[in-house]
Every structure is written in C-alpha cells, then in structure tokens.
Design a protein around this ligand. Structure first.
Ligand code: 3H9
Length: 687
C-alpha cells in the first residue's frame, strides 16, 4: 500500500510530506510513514528536515476513527519523542489547522513557521480528552502556564499572530508555504541555528494560585467533566516536575479520559455532527442555489438574531417589519446586541460595524424582489404565516428559497399557500439565534433537493450545526420537549418544587432546568397553542394546569415577568416564589393528588426517559434520519450535556433493555397514555 507520507530532497533540505485526506489525521500509516522518514533523514545527506502537509490543512489531530480500537504501534508519543530527538533540525511548516496531535507534532519539531491564516489548537477537551502526546508538557514550556491552561481547557484555536506572540511558533511566512519554509530552513542551516527542543525549555515563572483558580472555574463551567480537571493536573505537573515525570502524569490521565463514558459520548457527538450534515439519498454534488442576499420577515428577537447570524457570515440582509416604529425597534435591538458582543470581546468593533452595515430595513415587501432566500420569522399564527407566503409568492423572483422559522406549524400547509411549494422549507433557529448553534432544517413533502442541499450548506456558512427533520408537530426538538415538560410539571404537582426539578436536571448536566427555561423563554406560545386545541388534545390536565393558571395571571415569562420563580428585574436573579408554591399545592389538592417527596433520581429518569421514548418514535416514523441526529439537536439546541452524548447515545450507554424496563415501570405507575413504550424501544430491547 502506498504510504501517505513521502520523503524527498530539495538540495540539502529533506522534505517530509504528509498526504492523508481529508485532514491529514495521524492514522497508523501516517505515524509509520513519519517515523520511517525521520529515521532515514538521520543518516542521509540532508542538513535539515521540513515537515509539511498536502491538501487543505496541516495535521488536524489523531485519527478519531481509530479511537476505541486496540492501539497500534508506532504510538504518537514515541514518534514525537523521536522527532524531537532528531540530530538534524526539524521545521514544521503549517497551513490550515494544526490541531491536537497535529499541533503536538509541530511542538515536537524544533522550529515552526506558518502562513498567516493558519490556526493552532489543542481541542482534545471537546472530545473529553487531553493532549496525550506531550502537548500538556511542551505547551507550558513554550507559552507559559496560563496560556497553556487557557488553550487546552477552552479547546479554542489561536491565530498565527497569537501563536507567534506566545512563542508557540517562530515565524509567519507570506506566499507559497513550501517555497518559503524550504528557504527559511536553508537560512537556518546557513546561520548554523542550534536545535531547540521544547521539552528542554524551562517553564516560565507563574502564579501558583492559577491552578486552584482554574480548578474552581472549570468546576462550574464544565461541571462534572473529567478532562478539564485532568488538564489542570497535567499542566501543574509540567510546571513542578521533570519532563519525563510530567509525561507519565499525562499518560495516566489521558488514559483515564480515554476510558471514560464522557469521552465516548463526546467522540460520538463529533461524528454525529458531521453525519447530521448529510442527507441520505442526496448526492454530495447536488447543485446548490446561490445565496447572496437574504430577506427576513419580522424584526423581533428571533428575526433580529437570524439577521445577525447571516450578516456575520458576510451576507447582506433586508429586515422587513410592518411599520417604521416596529422596524426601528427591531434594528435598535440588533444595535444593542452588536454592542454587547463587542463589550464581551466576542467581536471587534470594526467587525461588528461591518456586519451591522450589511443589515438594512424596509417596510415594503417589494424590497425582497431580488432576495435569494427569505426567512419568515413572525409569531406562531398559522393564518398570518400563510398570508405572508402568498404575498412572498407574488413579489419574489423565481428560484428564491422561501423559508419559515416556525417551531410547530405544518410547513406543508404553508407551502401550499404558494404556487411553488418545492421552494419552501423550514429553517428553525433557536433563541438567541445569533448564538445558538443548532439549525433544524425541515424538509416538507415537496421541498426540492437543491433547496435542501442549499440550506444544509448555508448552515455551515453561517456557522450553525444543521440537522434535518421531516414535518410533524414540533419537528424533532420541540416534539420531544412535550414529554419532557409534561414530566417536569407532573413532578411539580406531585410533590417537587420547581427549584428541586431544575436543580436535579442541572446537577445531572442540563445547561438549564426546564422550569428556568420556561421562565426565560416564556410560556405564552405554549399556552396559546394549547388553548387553540380541543380540550381532549391538550394532554393530561395535571401536566399543564399550573402553567395555565400562571399564564392567566399574566406570568408569561421573563419578557413580562417570571413564571415559576420570582425574578428581580434589575439582576434577573430568580428565587422561589411562595405564591407559586401555594398555587401548586392548591391545584394538586383540586386534582386530589397527595403530594409526596420525589427523589431527584426519579425526576431525572422521568424527564430523560420521556425524551428517549419520544426520540424512538421520531426515528421510527422517519422524522429524523438517524438516532444520532436527535443527539445533535438536543446537545446544540436544548442544552443536553455533551458529555452524555445526547438522549439516544445516553440510552445506548445505559443499555436499551434497562431503559425499556424503566419506561415499563413508569407505564405501570403513571399510565399507558404517557408511558407506552415506543415500539422501536420495545423491539431493540428484545434483541
Ligand atoms: C488528538 O489529537 C489526541 C492526541 O492529543 C493524542 C493521541 C495519543 N480524525 O469537520 P469537517 C473528518 S484528538 C479523523 O467536516 P472542516 C471528519 O469526520 C483529535 N477524521 O471539515 C469529516 O469526515 P467526513 C484532536 C477527522 O473543514 C472530514 O474530516 N483534533 C478528524 O469543517 C471533514 O471534517 C481534533 O479534535 C480527525 N481528527 O473542519 C480536530 N478531523 O467528510 C477535529 C476531521 O467523512 N477536527 N475528520 O464527514 C476538526 O475540528 C475539523 O474537522 C477541522 C476541519 C477543523 C479539522
């Protein structure tokens, strides 16, 4: 088999080139090829060695698809020790992204040069891991303890300029990387440059309190996660022990992470996210329509956030509102949000101004005549939505994509309000739309393939994670919320307090408990949707009576006021509200419910197994293409803990049989209507 690593010479320079598409991951054959090449270079006529990569990027890390399989020699750490020990100076020449094991390879070289657009990172923490090939030991020696902790615990990449500032690379080169790196290598030879091994550098002075500071902050930010805490221990070892002893600490803690269920969950999610971007049966080369200008109907919180996401990707947006006043209000919220992003350091002032300049406003639908994509983001009134689509049909050019941001409505009916249902699709953003990563792309019955392909690609352009759903009430995400919220509210009326439910779910890992979410997002939409349904379709009244009473009191959510909590308007801090607790007790008594102590474990199981059971139905009905798409939806749209991999992965990790048995137990206790096991769950449990 042809090796993905080749070794050639340019005069006295040995050039090792890695060519392992798509991202030059360090598969076994790459490691072997690098080892062979560096070994040959030790005794050939070369004076210096350059490691460079073909294709779109430098090495982007260990090969994730090899994880979980028996490790194969040569091991990456040993290979990197061999590279670092080389008697000939080794230069890494970097373009694209040098990530994880790729960046560790660069750190084991003696010198590093990069093109200005290159990025550098140690993102292992996002896979529930830590850099396991010397990264935790070499980085602090070059960049200092604080920069190393920051880089590894965030997992976020650095630009070439930042890496240069921190001493992680030595030179930025303009022009062709191969030519420039070879020229630089030649210069180093001529200067008689000494070999500088990262492992031999002393760790610069540091503040010893940094470690505890990081441990505490990460305990809150990444609650319950092993990898971030282990990274701190590794960097502490780097700062206080010899390189060899630090490497032993790194090895032990890396293995602990690698064997954890957390890392398995996060690796699953990495692959699930990439899989979710693919549509079964739709060829990768399906033609896409150009999206060079976008119209958005509705300048509320949602429309404004969507406008920002699109403008942030450099695409001009026209925001349509019904009158000047509403438009001015919408644009001023956008201004405020950009100012907030600048203040929080998320965007530079210059970049924010450039993005903001791409958003214009209008009260005239005729302004949408040339838009390539129009996204409707008005409130959930099906009749209003249909009217808007009929109007768009009459003003928009042929070939425009007409999207609705509806969270619940039947998109087939909306599409039928136009003469071009094949151009209609759902683009369900999550609030705040400029921040939340998920984009549910809803394929209606007649949506054309190229419309779908365009929207999946657009999601990537605007830095969202797409997952496709078919049409059903609530699509994947909100449909699953129904049993989740039902159980949250049943737990409350049966005996828990809102705070107990929220704390139980947050301790388990949800970013926010369900009732705090309700306070933040508001319950008006759900209330109105319920009222629009005939009584017998509203579900178990015990599961929404308290919410209905609170909604009727005007407690609609944080926009107006809190629902399940008392909220201090200035600080937005929530605390238990005696009035709400009284209402809960009163309504429980009305239903004849004898309130009891509910263990946290029961709360978690009822809510999470409710999600799983509905998820099984969604897969079986073909609403989701695959179970892993549901995981992507829940982690990126609903604050499900990444370290648990999403509800469907969690079910697998728990054991499907065990999940089935618990669902059956709930069915026996709480009734068939809510807890009949999904047929797919039953089937999988019997295998
Ligand atoms: C590590 O290095 C551990 C070491 O410290 C210690 C070891 C002892 N392996 O994202 P894309 C595939 S842990 C295998 O769509 P982009 C990906 O699945 C690793 N495959 O492209 C996809 O496949 P497909 C640390 C990988 O341009 C295709 O490449 N490194 C890997 O948007 C394109 O990916 C990381 O965590 C991999 N490492 O983004 C980096 N990476 O076409 C993870 C990608 O079949 N990777 N693939 O769907 C990334 O962050 C992004 O992929 C990257 C490119 C920025 C590189």
């Amino acid at each position: 088999m042809l090796s993905p690593v080749s070794y050639s010479h340019e005069g006295n320079i040995g050039v090792i080139s890695v060519d392992n598409p798509p991202v030059n991951a360090l598969s076994r054959s790459v490691r072997q090829g690098l080892l062979d090449a560096i070994t040959v270079a030790q005794s050939d006529a070369s004076d210096i060695v350059v490691i460079i990569c073909a294709g779109r990027t430098f090495i982007a890390g260990a090969d994730i698809t090899e994880f979980g399989k028996p490790p194969q020699e040569p091991y990456l750490s040993d290979l990197l020790d061999t590279i670092e020990a080389s008697d000939k100076l080794v230069v890494a020449a970097i373009h694209g992204t040098a990530l994880g094991g790729g960046f560790e390879t660069a750190l084991a070289a003696h010198s590093r040069c990069a093109v200005p657009s290159a990025k550098f990172g140690l993102p292992e923490v996002k896979l529930g891991l830590l850099p396991g090939a010397g990264g935790t030991q070499r980085t602090p020696r070059l960049a200092g303890v604080e920069a190393a902790l920051q880089l590894m615990t965030s997992g976020n990449p650095l630009s070439a300029a930042q890496a240069l500032d921190l001493g992680l690379i030595d030179k930025i080169v303009e022009g062709d990387l191969r030519e420039e790196s070879v020229a630089w290598a030649r210069e180093l030879v001529e200067q008689g440059a000494a070999i500088r091994r990262s492992s031999e550098q002393p760790v610069p002075d540091f503040d010893t309190e940094l470690f505890d500071g990081y441990r505490q902050a990460l305990g809150k930010r990444a609650r319950g996660q092993i990898a971030p805490q282990n990274i701190v221990r590794c960097v502490e070892a780097a700062a206080t022990q010899s390189f060899e002893d630090g490497m032993k600490v790194e090895r032990d803690l890396f293995l602990e992470c690698m064997q954890s269920t957390q890392s398995a969950a996060m690796q699953h999610l990495f692959l699930a996210e990439r899989q979710a971007a693919k549509i079964d049966g739709l060829p990768i080369d399906t033609p896409k329509r150009p999206v060079e200008s976008v119209g958005i109907i509705g300048g509320g919180t949602m429309g404004g956030g969507i406008a920002m996401s699109i403008a942030n990707a450099g695409i001009p947006v026209t925001l349509i509102e019904i009158n000047d006043e509403a438009l001015a209000r919408g644009l001023s919220i956008i201004d405020k949000n950009y100012a907030g992003s600048v203040k929080r350091g998320k965007l530079s002032e210059d970049k924010a101004a450039k993005c903001r300049a791409l958003i214009s406003g209008s009260t005239d639908y005729a302004s949408l005549a040339n838009a390539d994509l129009v996204i409707e983001a008005v409130f959930e009134d099906p009749e209003l939505k249909k009217q808007i689509f009929t109007r768009l049909d009459s003003v928009c050019k042929p070939g425009v994509i007409l999207a609705t941001n509806t969270s619940y409505q039947d998109i087939n009916l909306i599409a039928a309000a136009t003469n071009r249902p094949e151009d209609v699709i759902g683009l369900h953003f999550f609030s705040p739309a400029n921040i939340m990563k998920l984009l549910e792309v809803v394929r209606a019955e007649k949506t054309a393939d190229d419309v779908l392909a365009t929207c999946m690609a657009l999601a990537k352009t605007i830095r969202k994670v797409p997952a496709m759903s078919r049409v059903c009430y609530g699509f994947i995400g909100n449909r699953m919320l129904q049993p989740y919220f039902r159980e949250a509210q049943l737990c409350v009326i049966e005996g828990a307090t809102p705070k107990q439910v929220d704390n139980a779910m947050e301790s388990w890992g949800m970013a926010m408990g369900p009732l705090r979410v309700a306070d933040l997002a508001g319950i008006d939409v759900g209330y109105k949707a319920r009222q629009a349904l005939p009584e017998e379709q509203r579900g178990d009244p015990r599961s929404h009576r308290v919410a209905d009473v609170l909604a009727e009191m005007g407690r609609l959510g944080q926009k107006a006021c809190a629902v399940f909590y008392k909220s201090a308007p200035e600080t937005r801090r929530h605390s238990s509200d005696a009035e709400v607790l009284e209402i809960i007790e009163r309504e429980a008594a009305e239903f004849g419910i004898e309130r009891r102590e509910i263990p946290d474990e029961e709360i978690v199981d009822r809510l999470v197994y409710g999600l799983i059971n509905e998820g099984m139905r969604i897969v079986e009905e073909g609403i989701a293409q695959r179970p892993s798409d549901i995981d992507v939806v829940y982690v990126y749209g609903y604050g499900f803990p990444a370290s648990r991999g999403g509800p469907m992965h969690y079910a697998d990790a728990m054991g499907i049989k065990r999940v089935y048995e618990r669902v059956c137990e709930f069915r026996n206790r709480f009734g068939e209507e809510a807890w009949a096991p999904a047929p797919l769950l039953e089937k999988l449990a019997s295998l």
